[in-house]
Write a protein that binds this ligand. Structure first.
Ligand code: HEC
Length: 260
């Protein structure tokens, strides 16, 4: 039986069926196909179509006829058409690669919460710390050792934090440029000046990985310091951050425990 659908019709039909499957059937059955994967599926489909149209001599001859005409035909229509195609083709390809395919350095859209609500308690190396009960840094009560503890905090800061948060605590450390989001600028009125010491304890102990859903999607480079510091060391470095910047920590009232 001889099919009446010309080879171009078949090629377009196969492509359309494949697109319906990728764009409608698969998303309905499971989830939308990610953009890059979709690109690969389309390329694979095109390769399959090319194999098909070149599978017999007759198919191939039929398939290349229009191209041959475009390249070789003479006449009032063929020549200008040929010139248009050869000007348009590089323009379209160039436009595609300089816009759509170029991608962007922007973070994925959506609002993210920079200072999310902290948990009411946290598990610090197996010990439960109730953050609601920690109104101020516990080391502040020990006035005799306050200067010592702050000095310890300074040492810890310059051994561990300044690479990112900077010599001057302004978020301009050596590695800062490499991170998005950038390391926090503690001198700025928008960071520790607005936060309680227990909030800082939580953020330093749990780092970027400890941020809740509300702060996603972002890849904070802030390390999980409970892996390296004990409880006292975290309180010491917090003392230093406030002493050095001159900011006063926010003191939480009962029930008011949000970051902002
Ligand atoms: C590898 C880089 C890096 C190092 C090292 C680092 N941080 Fe961070 N830190 C970040 C980044 C990036 C952010 C901003 C994103 C976030 O809030 O998680 C941040 C945020 C913070 C915040 C939250 C500030 C706010 O406004 O919410 C605190 C507090 C903090 N860092 C303290 C420290 C301390 C203390 C140290 C050293 C013990 C340290 N960081 C070491 C990268 C780093």
């Amino acid at each position: 039986m001889k099919s009446r659908i010309p080879i171009y019709g078949k090629a377009v039909l196969i492509l359309l069926v494949a697109l319906v499957v990728f764009l409608v059937v698969v998303p309905l059955a499971s989830a939308p196909i990610p953009g890059q994967l979709f690109g690969w599926y389309v390329v694979t489909t095109l390769a399959a179509i090319l194999l098909y149209v070149s599978s017999t001599e007759a198919f191939w001859a039929e398939f290349v006829t229009p191209f041959r005409r475009l390249l070789l035909a003479r006449g009032a229509v063929a020549k200008p058409l040929r010139i248009c195609v050869f000007i348009a083709l590089p323009l379209v390809v160039g436009w595609y690669f300089s816009t759509w395919a170029a991608g962007s350095a922007e973070l994925p859209g959506g609002l993210r919460v920079v200072h999310p609500t902290p948990p009411s308690s946290l598990n610090f190396r197996g010990k439960r710390i109730n953050l609601k009960e920690v109104v101020v840094n516990p080391l502040r009560a020990d006035e005799a050792h306050l200067a010592d503890n702050t000095e310890q905090g300074r040492v810890l800061y310059y051994k561990n934090c300044f690479f990112c948060h900077g010599d001057a605590l302004d978020g301009n450390g050596h590695y800062a440029k490499g991170f998005n989001p950038a390391p926090a600028n503690f001198q700025d009125a928008g960071t520790i000046a607005q936060l309680s010491e227990s909030f800082l304890f939580w953020r330093i102990a749990k780092g970027g990985p400890g941020l809740p859903e509300a702060s996603a999607p972002w890849d904070s480079a802030m390390p999980v310091w409970e892996n390296f510091f004990d409880e006292k060391e975290i309180w010491q470095v917090i003392l230093y951050l406030y002493q050095r910047t001159g900011h006063k920590p926010r003191v939480m009232e009962e029930g008011d425990h949000s970051g902002h």
